[in-house]
Design a protein around this ligand. Structure first.
Ligand SMILES: CCCCCCCCCCCCC/C=C/C(=O)SCCNC(=O)CCNC(=O)[C@H](O)C(C)(C)COP(=O)(O)OP(=O)(O)OC[C@H]1O[C@@H](n2cnc3c(N)ncnc32)[C@H](O)[C@@H]1OP(=O)(O)O
Ligand SMILES: Cc1cc2nc3c(=O)[nH]c(=O)nc-3n(C[C@H](O)[C@H](O)[C@H](O)COP(=O)(O)OP(=O)(O)OC[C@H]3O[C@@H](n4cnc5c(N)ncnc54)[C@H](O)[C@@H]3O)c2cc1C
Length: 633
């Protein structure tokens, strides 16, 4: 064990195992996660780490072990595939959930156990604007079939992941069967028997290479009427159409995966913090005091300023992910019972948090990579691969700007309800006070009140102010004679800013609520410090908002920075212990810099020597190209 890492782990002020249990949702969940990791994967003789051949093995093993819970599937897959995506990701997180939520019971029993599939919604011309999708599904009562067709080049299905040309079970959206409704169909295609199908791969991408994203062009392809997923909407044999309770029920799978992505952003950020903070504990560079030994780079205040707010953010997003999934499960349960009353709130929350967490994590991964210097740029660190695999999450499952505007739509509607005298409940209830809040600068001392509850209140006021400013912008545009749509478009910068502030407040509130539930004094203390750091760091980044909201005075601004520096110093002794609590196994992290034992340099040399380019003393290219050239010179 590297002596620096060993020293960092002495004098713990809190019980790491208890913190790991809180992250897992209880000791039993930790034990189950480790059982899957240690027993069902690492000690399984069939386990051939991360090679393509192990994909079929993985599927058969999941069935053999009876692992069907999505979280447990993810634990198992993340051990198999480390930090990368794999070809079946879409099957488990989109195709299956769509069958679970959109099939009637007969269809469910017929399809769920048997098939592996993908989710083909996006077309070359439309990914965001679903009402613009062009693929048609025309019912033919004579044959009781739907005729599926791609009428234009822009209607070609583009991007579906896991598009193995050998089998085509896919779920796709077609354009409205009636005014503004969409429906989902399960294809029964199988190449090469079906004519009218043109399929292929969309070509090299930025990354995501384990997933073969394909294209699919349909030329009047027929599928049985029964292949329309009919839990919510039906087409009867006579061609009559039964509308769903809400046209947005078809969008349910996207809400589910957005809810998952929130916690996943926390997981990915926790992986990167583990790598960067462990490395920063063993890396010595330059000097602080002339003539003294080179310090650990973790002792530089700038390194702490890069990494510790991200560490706090990782914890914040993991707790937000728990809240999001609990809320999704509760509300989707109500929806299943026909109560759609909270569907708008679930959409607004999942859309906003998906955008907020992925944008922040995306930037954070790069900060972690750059904080590791040159070795962060090496694939041995795992950080470049983590970035390449994560960054599309800002685009897929709802492009982030568009998602923030969906949340803004809900905020504006809520604000108008308050103006009309209604009393709001739920996540936007803070808007009830927006008219009664003293927005003028309060007479406060130059010292900042560090109480976490006070900080949550300040974030709430900031969000309320930005919601009001966005609403006022729309009103001002309308007053200038702009139509409603143009007034909206001319205010979208303010609307995204309001949604971002709303999400920031929600995440801090969730973090504070989680800290309040922690009973162990040591864990409560270190988590409280991190929650404070998360809040103060955000206040430092958005000082202007807090000044504009009148909850921070010019005299207090220097104390924000002073307070931030104090919190960084307070986190320093626990930094390595806090990433240990994430409990990422070396095999899964797959990072030379993030090793639990901190023996970075020896491992890096071994990693480099194992490179294919080092298989021979002299690379074959010398003999093949250079030597013949030398002979001619
Ligand atoms: C344990 C596992 C962990 C691992 C997880 C990690 C992630 C793994 C990743 C796997 C790989 C992913 C691969 C990627 C796949 C994909 O990308 S699939 C395709 C995704 N595509 C999208 O997300 C499309 C985005 N677009 C839309 O969702 C919609 O077009 C829109 C932007 C929401 C607009 O829809 P539209 O019908 O035009 O509605 P509007 O006119 O804007 O609004 C009308 C009202 O409808 C409400 N509404 C909209 N959507 C919903 C919804 N989903 N639910 C409820 N309500 C909705 C909206 O709020 C409006 O309401 P009112 O304001 O009251 O009118
Ligand atoms: C790695 C990866 C995997 C994918 N896998 C799948 C899959 O398996 N199945 C599937 O169906 N799809 C998949 N997709 C497609 C993905 O869902 C779409 O790319 C995504 O929904 C964004 O749509 P778009 O590409 O049309 O972008 P666009 O919507 O064209 O976005 C381009 C720009 O336009 C802006 N914009 C668009 N609309 C608005 C608006 N109303 N207001 C303001 N700005 C706006 C956006 O903010 C963005 O800046 C995948 C994509 C990626 C990158």
């Amino acid at each position: 064990m590297n002596p620096d890492i060993l020293r960092e782990r002495q004098n713990a002020t809190f019980d790491i195992e208890k913190l790991t249990n809180i992250l897992d949702g209880g000791a039993e969940r930790t034990n189950r996660r480790r059982e899957i990791r240690e027993v069902l994967v690492l000690n399984d003789p069939d386990f051939d780490y991360g090679t393509p051949t192990s994909l079929p093995t993985m599927i058969l093993k999941l069935r053999e072990y009876g692992i069907s819970d999505p979280v447990e599937i993810n634990w198992y897959k993340s051990m198999y595939w480390g930090t990368g995506r794999e070809a079946l990701g879409l099957h488990y997180v989109m195709f299956l959930p769509t069958l679970y939520t959109q099939c009637d019971s007969e269809q469910f029993n017929k399809w769920v156990p048997l098939i592996i599939g993908t989710y083909a919604q996006t077309e070359m011309g439309h990914g965001t604007h679903l009402r613009g999708l062009e693929t048609t599904a025309t019912f033919d009562p004579a044959t009781q079939e739907f005729v599926m067709h791609s009428p234009t080049v822009t209607s070609i299905k583009w991007w579906p992941g896991g598009r193995n040309p050998l089998f085509l079970p896919l779920i796709f959206l077609s354009i409205p069967l009636s005014a503004s409704l969409f429906d989902l169909f399960l294809s029964g295609f199988a190449l090469p028997t079906c004519s009218g199908i043109v399929i292929g791969d969309i070509g090299p991408k930025f990354g995501f290479d384990a997933v073969d994203n394909g294209y699919l062009k349909l030329e009047h392809v027929r599928i049985p009427r029964e292949n329309m997923l009919m839990k919510y909407a039906q087409v009867k044999p006579d061609g009559s159409y039964v509308k769903p309770l809400s046209s947005k029920l078809t969008y349910g799978t996207m809400v589910f995966i957005r809810s998952l992505i929130v916690g996943n952003a926390g997981i990915v950020l926790s992986q990167c913090c583990t790598i960067a903070i462990r490395y920063s504990a063993v890396r010595h560079q330059s000097e602080i005091r002339a003539g003294e030994a080179e310090p650990q780079i973790l002792d530089y205040q700038t390194q702490q300023h890069k990494l510790f707010p991200l560490l706090a953010t990782a914890y914040a997003f993991l707790f937000a992910g728990q809240y999001m999934i609990d809320t999704y499960n509760r509300i989707s349960g109500d929806i299943n019972q026909g109560d759609l009353s909270e569907m708008p709130e679930l959409h607004a929350l999942s859309a906003g948090l998906k955008a907020f967490t992925t944008w922040t994590a995306n930037t954070g991964i790069e900060v972690c990579r750059m904080s590791c210097g040159g070795h962060g740029y090496s694939r041995s660190s795992a950080l470049p691969d983590i970035y390449v695999e994560f960054t599309p999450s800002c685009t897929y499952e709802g492009e982030n700007t568009v998602m923030m505007l969906q949340t803004a739509r809900f905020l504006m509607k809520s604000y108008r309800q308050v103006q009309a005298g209604q009393q709001l409940s739920g996540a936007v209830s803070y808007l009830n006070k927006v008219h009664h809040r003293v927005m003028a600068p309060q007479a406060v001392s130059s010292q900042l009140d560090l109480n976490l509850n006070t900080l949550v209140d300040l974030y709430e006021i900031r969000a309320a102010m930005l919601v009001e400013l966005a609403a006022q912008s729309i009103q001002q545009e309308s007053a200038r004679g702009k139509c409603q749509e143009d007034s909206w478009n001319n205010s979208t910068i303010d609307l995204v800013r309001a949604s971002d502030a709303h999400c920031h407040y929600m995440v801090l509130k969730m973090f504070r609520d989680k800290v309040d539930q922690i009973e162990d004094p040591g864990v409560h203390s270190v988590m409280s410090t991190l929650a404070h750091l998360y809040a103060i760091h955000g206040m430092g980044n958005f000082t202007g908002d807090f000044l504009q909201a009148g909850v921070l005075t010019g005299a207090q601004v220097p104390s924000v920075s002073k307070c931030l520096k104090g919190l960084l110093a307070e986190v320093r002794p626990s930094a390595v212990l806090l990433v240990d609590a994430f409990d990422h196994h070396d095999k899964m992290l797959n990072s030379v810099l993030g090793r639990h034992d901190g023996n970075v340099y020896e491992a890096m040399f071994e990693w480099a020597r194992s490179s294919p380019l080092n298989r021979t003393e002299v690379h074959e290219s010398f003999h093949k190209h250079l030597k013949p050239l030398q002979a001619k010179l």
